[in-house]
Design a protein around this ligand. Structure first.
Ligand SMILES: [Fe+2]
Ligand SMILES: [Fe+2]
Length: 295
């Protein structure tokens, strides 16, 4: 269940919308094509943007409260998948209840982002399971609809139970995390062993791990890596945590990297024509996924 009473409304929802985190990602990792089209990096960096302060506060909360124990608690609770059971199509409708109040005119709903990512992957001729991965990758954001704080749903993810990399955004906020001074958790390897493989590492809790666990029996391994680690920017963009990786992770990294631009750079103000696409996606979902999914 959510943690009623423990956090104030402002601590649960520090962001005006989940998009503020993604907009911040675009400032950190601008689209190389857009830069080439002469939109300078400086233009992206609008430091007067009030969203920057909310993103900072979001990361302060995220880095403070995502302890090793917090993650284990969330896993124990949410990985029972005992809340809801829906068809994928009902689940998209459910996800779309996450409405962005801050900018209703310009922002597309969650399903449009998923569809645009999927369509961009399809347009580049990638295999159909990767198109489906694009369609499903943010389904875990329904965690917000179960009352979870934004910082336990979105945001860059990172390993817990070992020292934090300074390649994680806003690393200074980890000083507020009780694990920071824990004699075990604060060492380089922490509770892990050298090159143990990411499958043995607990990541900060959020929509990546949740959607991975939801569909792990139905998609090929590279697709599962895309789902599970798409917000692990310290790894796939910054190259940190090599000491936790095994050869399989290193092999899979290229898939995670392949996926990332479709997530970050496929947003387009013009929604795809769903009427034309519907049959393709209904067949695709039916090909790989069971008739209902548990949440
Ligand atoms: Fe995501
Ligand atoms: Fe996304």
């Amino acid at each position: 269940m959510a943690t009623p009473g423990k956090f104030s409304e402002k601590e649960i929802n520090p962001l005006g919308s989940l998009d503020e985190w993604e907009d911040d990602l675009l400032q950190r990792y601008p689209d190389p094509d857009t830069i080439a089209k002469d939109k300078s990096k400086e233009e992206y960096r609008n430091y007067d943007d009030p969203a920057r302060d909310t993103v900072r506060e979001f990361y302060r909360l995220n880095h403070t409260h995502q302890t090793f124990d917090f993650v284990q608690e969330k896993r124990k609770d949410f990985l029972q998948f005992n809340r809801k059971e829906m068809t994928v199509w009902d689940a998209f409708n459910f996800l779309n209840q996450l409405v962005d109040d801050s900018d209703p005119d310009t922002d597309l709903d969650q399903f449009q982002h998923l569809l645009q990512a999927a369509e961009a992957i399809r347009a580049d001729g990638h295999p159909d399971w990767m198109v489906l991965t694009g369609l499903m990758h943010d389904m875990g954001k329904v965690l917000c609809l179960f009352g979870e704080p934004q910082w336990a749903v979105v945001g860059d993810t990172f390993p817990v139970g070992c020292a934090y990399s300074d390649k994680i955004v806003y690393p200074e906020f980890f000083k507020n995390n009780t694990d920071y001074t824990n004699p075990v958790f604060s060492t380089k390897l922490g509770v892990y062993s050298q090159n143990c493989g990411l499958r043995n590492v607990s990541m900060s809790w959020g929509h990546d791990e949740y959607v991975y666990q939801m569909v792990k029996d139905y998609l090929p391994e590279p697709g599962l890596y895309m789902l599970r680690y798409h917000s692990f920017y310290a790894w796939h963009r910054e190259g940190a945590y090599d000491h936790l990786l095994d050869d399989h992770d290193r092999e899979m990294l290229k898939w995670v990297k392949l996926f990332n631009p479709y997530d970050l750079y496929s947003k387009n103000p013009t929604p795809p024509d769903w009427k034309q696409l519907r049959t393709y996606y209904e067949d695709l979902v039916a090909k790989y996924l069971p008739s209902t999914i548990k949440f």
